[in-house]
Design a protein around this ligand. Structure first.
Ligand SMILES: Cc1cc2nc3c(=O)[nH]c(=O)nc-3n(C[C@H](O)[C@H](O)[C@H](O)COP(=O)(O)O)c2cc1C
Length: 185
C-alpha cells in the first residue's frame, strides 16, 4: 500500500490525438518531480463523454449516481488527495470540457449518500496553465481559485507558462524551473 498521496491530473486541451500540448507538457514536468511511487491518475476530459449538465436543484433537487465516463470522473475525483487542472487559457477562461466537468460538481453535491462536499474539503486543487501572456490567464486563475474556496479545498496555486504552438512552453525557462517544485512545495 502506498503512503504517498494520490494526484489526479485532469487534462483539458482540445489538441488532436497524438499531440502533446504545452499545458500537458508543463504538467508532466511538474509530475516528474513527484516522489517515486506517488500515485498519479491522468484523465483527458476532451477524450471523454461528458453529458450536458442539467440544473435540477429546484425540481428534483437530487441526482442519481452517474454512469460511464462521469462515474469514472466522480470516482477518480473522490479517490484523489490532490486534484490538478491541466488547462490552457481559452478566451480568458477554462476550456469547455473542464467547465462541463466543474458544472457536474453541482450534481455530485446532491447525490444521496455521496459526501462530496465533505470529501472535497480534505483535498487540494492546483492549476497548470499556459497562454499567450500571464496577464490573460488571471481571470481563469481567479475563477479556479474561487471554485476551490467554494468547496473549502486547499488552494495550491497556479503554475503558468508561455504557450503557443506545441513545444513553445519548453522555451519558458522560468516556467520549467517552477515546474520542478510546483507539486512538491
Ligand atoms: C479556443 C482558444 C482560445 C484561446 N484563448 C486565449 C486567450 O484568451 N488568451 C491567451 O493568451 N491565449 C489564448 N489561446 C491560446 C492558448 O492559450 C495557448 O496556445 C496555449 O498554450 C494552448 O495550450 P495547449 O498547447 O496545452 O493546448 C486560445 C487558444 C484557443 C484554441
Amino acid at each position: 500500500m502506498t503512503t504517498h498521496p494520490h494526484h489526479l491530473f485532469l487534462t483539458t486541451s482540445t489538441r488532436e490525438p497524438g499531440i502533446v500540448g504545452n499545458t500537458e507538457w508543463l504538467a508532466r514536468q511538474a509530475a516528474a518531480a513527484l516522489p517515486a511511487g506517488t500515485a498519479q491518475t491522468w484523465l483527458s476530459l476532451a477524450r471523454m463523454e461528458l453529458p450536458r449538465f442539467v440544473d435540477q436543484r429546484h425540481t428534483t433537487g437530487s441526482y442519481p449516481a452517474p454512469e460511464g465516463d462521469m462515474k469514472t470522473l466522480l470516482d477518480a475525483t473522490l479517490a484523489a488527495d490532490h486534484i490538478v487542472f491541466v488547462a490552457p487559457v481559452y478566451w480568458f477562461s477554462i476550456p469547455a470540457p473542464l467547465k462541463t466537468y466543474l458544472d457536474h460538481w453541482s450534481a455530485w453535491m446532491r447525490i444521496p449518500g455521496v459526501p462530496f462536499k465533505e470529501q472535497m474539503a480534505r483535498k487540494s486543487l492546483q492549476l497548470v496553465t499556459t497562454s499567450g501572456d500571464r496577464a490573460k490567464a488571471q481571470p481563469m486563475v481567479d475563477s479556479v481559485r474561487l471554485c476551490a474556496q467554494f468547496l473549502d479545498m486547499h488552494w495550491g496555486g497556479a503554475l503558468w507558462g508561455k504557450g503557443g504552438p506545441p513545444g513553445a512552453v519548453q522555451a519558458d525557462a522560468e516556467a520549467c524551473q517552477a515546474a520542478a517544485t510546483f507539486l512538491i512545495a
